[in-house]
Design a protein around this ligand. Structure first.
Ligand code: 9Z3
Length: 332
């Protein structure tokens, strides 16, 4: 069976890369097209940040969900990953409860704060309602209490303008918006927190190496060569978001790698917190790592049974770390 190679290794592009096949983040932005809605994104975010700056609020930028990696410029196929955005959406609710204004930068159509209680449960959305004889639609009595509680919290977040929803789809979309977004949030100095929970692809096909049209199947199997995505945490920490508290996530499937890799990230990029989680146990246990400390946060089987969420513990810890960061410029 013949095969099609749709891209060439980045090391063939020696002017642009660092000799190891990885291009510099700055170069990435020069050779890729920004998303069409970038200026709309910036306008909305600027207004939100300026409002909360004026009000003296703390603001967290949450990234949530996975990025797609297109295989064609006119995209029919793409590579995706497992993340559905539960971590980000759940965390957004706890940050709002803790008094933060939240920028929820999420993968389009991934799980959303508050909505998640009804869109991603064992019931279908319409199962929560009943059509009445008088022509009205009502929440079913057995769900009405929970619906009301969630709806009140959601309405409050909207009314006080403390939840801004912004979306991305592709890796490129995400990276351009991450750069623009963190630079805008940096106006808040230490009062900003960056909570990078999105599952961002490590590999991609640069647009100039991508085929334009749909890859045809008649030529047999398909061989893909993906370039490594530049390490964006580096400029994010040193230039784009330098004063805020930066929390990144490290996902592993091999337990032995989790803490060493998280520590390596802290040393390499110089930010404040890495939250390590394992694919299979991510809803039950995480390890919160700073340069000085390492803390395992876990839910007991009873807590899991009573629907306590691990994000409630993560956010409690982060709020304290952020308080300390704002008052002293350090993590404990
Ligand atoms: C995470 O580790 C998140 O906790 C999850 C959440 C993606 C596991 P879900 O969306 O899952 O609730 O289904 N996010 C970061 C994953 C990541 O790509 N980290 C990079 C890495 O591990 C560093 S930025 O190398």
């Amino acid at each position: 069976m013949s095969s099609i190679t749709v891209s060439v290794p980045a090391s063939d592009n020696s002017i642009l890369d660092n000799g190891q096949g990885v291009i510099d983040p700055d170069v990435y932005f020069q050779i890729n097209q920004p998303p069409a809605n970038l200026s709309e994104f910036e306008t909305k975010l600027s207004a939100f940040v300026d409002l909360h700056k004026e009000q003296g609020n703390k603001v967290v930028l949450i990234t949530s969900g996975g990025t797609t990696v297109p295989l064609e410029n006119q995209t029919v196929r793409f590579i995706d990953n497992f993340s559905n955005g539960t971590r980000g959406a759940t965390s957004a609710e706890y940050f709002l409860e803790a008094g933060y204004a939240v920028v929820f930068m999420h993968r389009q159509n991934s799980i959303q704060p508050y909505h998640r209680h009804f869109t991603h449960s064992h019931l279908g959305f319409l199962d929560y309602f009943e059509a009445k004889e008088d022509g009205s639609v009502q929440a079913c009595p057995q769900y009405a209490d929970k619906m009301r509680k969630v709806l009140l919290k959601y309405s409050e977040a909207k009314k006080s303008n403390r939840l801004l929803m912004l979306d991305f789809v592709t890796l490129s979309d995400y990276l351009f918006k991450l750069q623009a977004g963190t630079k805008i949030l940096s106006r808040l100095g230490e009062r900003a927190m960056y909570y990078l929970a999105a599952a961002v692809s490590d590999f991609f096909i640069p647009s100039q190496k991508m085929v334009e049209h749909k890859i045809q199947s008649r030529e047999g199997g398909l061989t893909l060569t993906l370039d490594q995505v530049p390490k964006f945490l580096k400029p994010l920490v040193s230039n784009w978001a330098s004063k805020g508290l930066i929390v990144s996530f490290k996902l592993e499937t091999d337990t032995a790698l989790l803490v060493p890799k998280a520590r390596q990230a802290l040393t390499r990029y110089g930010h404040q917190v890495v939250i390590g989680n394992m694919l299979k146990t991510r809803k039950q246990t995480v390890t919160l790592i700073t340069r000085e400390s390492e803390k395992v946060l876990s839910l007991t089987p009873e807590q899991l049974e009573s629907n306590i969420e691990i994000e409630s513990k993560i956010i409690t810890e982060l709020v304290q770390i952020h308080e300390y960061w704002m008052s002293s410029g350090h993590t404990k």
